[in-house]
Design a protein around this ligand. Sequence first.
Ligand code: NAD
Length: 417
Amino acid sequence: MSEANPFESLQEQIDDAASYVDAGEDVLNRLKHPERVLETNLSVEMDDGSVEVIKAFRSQFNGDRGPYKGGIRYHPGVTRDEVKALSGWMAYKCAVVDIPYGGGKGGIVIDPADFSESELERLTRSFATELRPFIGEDRDIPAPDVNTGRREMNWIKDTYETLENTTEPGVITGKSPSSGGSEGRVEATGRSTMLTAREAFDYLDKDLAGADVAVQGYGNAGWITAKLLHELGANVVAVSDSSGAIYREVGFNPVDVKNHKNETGSVVGYPEAEDEFSNEDLLTLDVDLLVPAALENAIDGDLAQDVSADVIAEAANGPLTPEADDVLAESDTYVFPDILANAGGVTVSYFEWVQNRQRFYWTEERVNEELERVITDAFDNLVETYEETGASNMRTAAYAVAIERVVDAYEEGGNWP
Ligand code: NAD
């Protein structure tokens, strides 16, 4: 895994797209930095009565197109620059799928495995208390990310509503359905990766049925992508998690692999696997489709030289460094970028927020139909821009689409001293 600074990667991606966007240097410079970053030290009482001080961040990148929007991650590797980068990717992701949000992201620097459930609840409520003045359904709307899910979102909603003495479920998304969550939210990220891959194969005149697929990371984004691709007839020949990768030439049943991971904690050791190898080996397999679905910087410039997949659909945020992009732009591999391929999560978060505000709830069928429309429209738009501009890769074309939309909103608003 590369040590590339993700915030510098984001700025480089914006620079790459700048020549395709009609905007001045000053306006573009504004779009390379977050508007504000909250850094806070949370005091949390542990079960043994001691108090720990734990660092947390929330970055609000850009609010030109609507309230800040983005997940909260619990991970020991969280840094200020990582959160800033992730908040920027959110701003451009919302713009590329044209939903009315800006970008935000938060993180707490912990390994949640070191904490009991009651410690995690106190920690989450402490963070929600710090966030209270900055969030709200028209201001900043957090959501789940790595190592957080419905449980944490329900706690944040409850803390906010209790302190504000109101009911405002739209302050956060990714909640359980009984706390105001949307049908289809848990599957949404993987569904958008599947839809992107399906459209990509169609665009490239390739058949997804029978295609060999490798998926790095078997959490929410990775395993759902594997399941939905399998339903379309693809062979999921390799999957991995932080313990390593497994391989089977005729493909796995993704649901069985998930059950094994639930029971044992890892995909490794799955009885039907024919081979086990490292994550790096998985990323260089000669497959039709590679889905990086773990963390950023999975493929750097060196590793990219050995990537043999025909298509990459990025379920994770920032899995390729800019150097990897440069190498792959010169190769036969097409990369369909994160800001489109994993945008299903934020899109269904948007549907959840709409439902919360209307107090009127949709069926899962309606959610999936609306999601399909958003992702396929965004895909068509991206391909059109790619062909019109002659951009070197799909990522640059996606940023060109997204930056143009943010710049338009900013310029239409005019300057406020
Ligand atoms: P998760 O915690 O559910 O799963 C992460 C998975 O990656 C786990 O299986 C873990 O074992 C594995 N992993 C960690 N390090 C690894 C490594 N070095 N090699 C291989 N596997 C490794 O997290 P998630 O929600 O699935 O998020 C994964 C990625 O998708 C992140 O980049 C996240 O930002 C992005 N994403 C998630 C959502 C969402 O709605 N969950 C939305 C958009 C983007």
